[in-house]
Design a protein. Structure first.
Length: 176
């Protein structure tokens, strides 16, 4: 994922708080301009309360001097399933179709509808391994509703732990 904006908001959603950091980009230099923690409870992130929580988050961000409206959101790893999959030698479109079929099969076996994405690339001359990651659609919609209510635009939603572990060496994510 390439970020074109000169600043963005990083949000790490947890069970008791949302960690917020505004990052400014200038060439190769990155600077954390603001950082704060917004306390929440599991109930605050429930479907009936997520709108009010988003509005409260917007006020919190303004109060603490945050100005970016584009956000990269990390969610708890326990909200996700991640599976390594091997893609046979194939072009990008064929690999995406193969992964889409695998994701559909996994979605049926999991409880409820899932949203999937993958990290990695295909190669038409050799089999490659990719990471297939799924999140319950209900959780994804809660995060999207939180951002909408806060007046924020999601650039990406990923695992907080995976994002921190990969750092800037992470590959580009593509949708199956």
């Amino acid at each position: 994922m390439k970020l074109r904006s000169t600043s963005f908001l990083g949000l790490s959603v947890g069970e008791k708080a949302i960690a917020c950091a505004e990052v400014m980009l200038a060439g190769e230099r990155r600077e954390v301009r603001h950082a704060a923690t917004f306390p929440v409870s599991a109930e605050d992130l429930s479907p009936g309360k997520v709108g009010a929580t988003g509005q409260a988050l917007a006020g919190f961000l303004r109060q603490h001097g945050f100005s970016s409206s584009r956000a990269v959101v990390g969610v708890p790893a326990k909200w996700l399933i991640a599976l390594e999959r091997e893609v046979p030698p194939a072009g990008q479109e064929q690999a995406r179709s193969i992964l889409r079929l695998q994701a559909e099969r996994l979605s049926v076996s999991e409880s409820g509808e899932m949203v999937f994405d993958y990290v990695g690339s295909s190669d038409s001359s050799a089999a490659k391994k990719v990471l297939l990651v799924g999140m319950p659609r209900q959780r994804m919609e809660q995060v999207e509703n939180l951002l909408d209510s806060a007046g924020l635009t999601a650039l990406a939603i990923s695992s907080s732990a995976l994002t921190l572990a990969c750092g800037e060496g992470a590959g580009e994510a593509t949708r199956p």
